[in-house]
Design a protein around this ligand. Structure first.
Ligand code: NAI
Length: 400
């Protein structure tokens, strides 16, 4: 099935494919070793194959121990240099697989969450790397922290911060796929349920919008007053996490922060409450406390664990508190990842072309490359847009 899944994705990734077709003859990545750590499913397989079609030698692992689809990993191992990943890796195996990618001497890293790059630094191999691209908000934050502390050894392109990425991937991609993950795992009705979305950033906004679209009554929890007001004016109920904990039926953490739902919340939640996380790391729902509080726990459906509280209430955790859309579904829709991965490809090419010239810090993708992805996406969708007339351009640039 793995090959079929990859073909299905490939046929729908038209932005990425158009870039590859144009550059295939030139092979701009000839001889470049690329190490990748991304959720290993069909769309990622297409990105890895695209890099190889342009001449790269790709070694890949998964950026999450639970997000690998084994049939895709098996199929991909016949199509690229090396694949080191399987679903359900232990923490040690996860680290070992990242180490294996680095042992293949990559010159470019394509990272999702920054684990591969952080390991390259701790293994002392960072200096031979031209640069890295970073897929997600959490990874970009880690790289910025490394830059601030003066320890970053190579340039990083914050692919996440490109408009072609976060405006669509984080928002609409997560919106659809997080709901998809919750539904596949639980099979519950969303209409009429009180769904609590914690964090109203790009991901939270998309999740709240799609949950509402399915009929859920959405509550937003925030710490940023501007985001809280935005949610309020978007028509959601906004309240503190303790108040929300008492009334919610379904909870989705989307903050990129630690211990957002913890013991004090679990104490007051209703019987049957469902907990899911959409943030990058499995730190948003405090699973350790949940486990410590429970008198027993058991898997009641694939990807759903029941925690029995001493007072008889049952709380349900999806996918061990890891990214619900990747553990319990297929991740973002293909067409959305097409744009994100076209952006990744342009970022890799930019790093290779500017090898040795970029400062060791976090860079934005140049605006013209970002816009190139948006324009290509419009083109493959058959959408034409207006451009400014000369008169309009001059009007906008003048102050008189
Ligand atoms: P963002 O920075 O736009 O939004 C995060 C929001 O959470 C901010 O508004 C912040 O004020 C809020 N927040 C922080 N701590 C909070 C707390 N204790 N309680 C309530 N709100 C809190 O970030 P973005 O792009 O929305 O990403 C969020 C997380 O999702 C990151 O870990 C990112 O890496 C991950 N992500 C996951 C995806 C997926 O496929 N599931 C896709 C894209 C990003």
């Amino acid at each position: 099935m793995g090959h079929r899944k990859i073909e299905w994705a490939l046929a729908r990734m038209r932005v990425l494919s158009s870039l590859v077709s144009e550059m295939e003859r030139e092979r701009p990545l000839e001889g470049v070793a690329v190490g990748m750590s991304l959720h290993l499913e069909a769309k990622t397989a297409v990105l890895a194959m695209s890099l190889e079609r342009l001449g790269a030698r790709v070694s890949i692992t998964s950026s999450n121990p639970l997000s690998t689809q084994d049939d895709v990993a098996a199929a991909l191992s016949e199509l690229v240099h090396r694949v080191y990943a399987w679903r359900g890796e232990s923490e040690e195996e996860y680290e070992e697989n990242h180490r294996r990618v680095l042992m293949d001497s990559p010159q470019i890293l394509v990272d999702d969450g920054a684990d591969l790059s952080v390991m390259a630094h701790s293994m002392g191999v960072a200096d031979r790397i031209y640069g890295a691209t970073e897929e997600t908000t959490t990874g970009v934050m880690r790289f910025r922290a490394m830059e601030r502390e003066g320890v970053l050894r190579f340039p990083v392109i914050a692919v996440n911060d490109a408009r072609s990425k976060h405006l669509y991937d984080n928002r609409f991609g997560s919106g659809q796929s997080v709901v998809d993950g919750i539904l596949r795992a639980t099979n519950v009705q969303l209409g009429g349920k009180r769904a609590v979305v914690l964090g109203y950033g790009w991901v939270g906004k998309g999740v709240a919008e799609r949950l509402r679209g399915m009929g859920a009554r959405v509550i937003v929890v925030e710490v940023d007053p501007f985001k809280a007001l935005e949610a309020y004016m978007d028509g959601y109920e906004v309240m503190g996490s303790m108040d929300a904990a008492r009334v919610g039926d379904i909870f989705v953490t989307c903050t990129g922060n630690v211990n957002v739902l913890t013991e004090r919340h679990f104490r007051v939640m209703k019987d049957g409450a469902i907990l899911a996380n959409a943030g990058h790391f499995d730190v948003e729902v405090d699973v350790r406390s949940l486990r410590a509080m429970a008198t027993s726990e058991e898997e009641v459906r694939p990807n759903v664990r029941q925690f029995l509280m001493p007072d008889g209430r049952r709380l349900y955790l999806i996918g061990e508190g890891r990214l619900v859309n990747l553990v319990a579904a297929d991740g973002h829709p293909i067409e959305v990842m097409d744009m994100s991965f076209a952006t990744q490809l342009l970022a890799v090419l930019y790093l290779v072309r500017n090898r040795g010239k970029l400062e060791r810090r976090v860079h934005l993708l140049p605006e013209e490359l970002d816009e190139e992805v948006a324009r290509r996406k419009l083109a493959v969708e058959g959408i034409t847009i207006d451009s400014l007339t000369e008169e309009q351009r001059r009007y906008l640039e003048s102050w008189r």
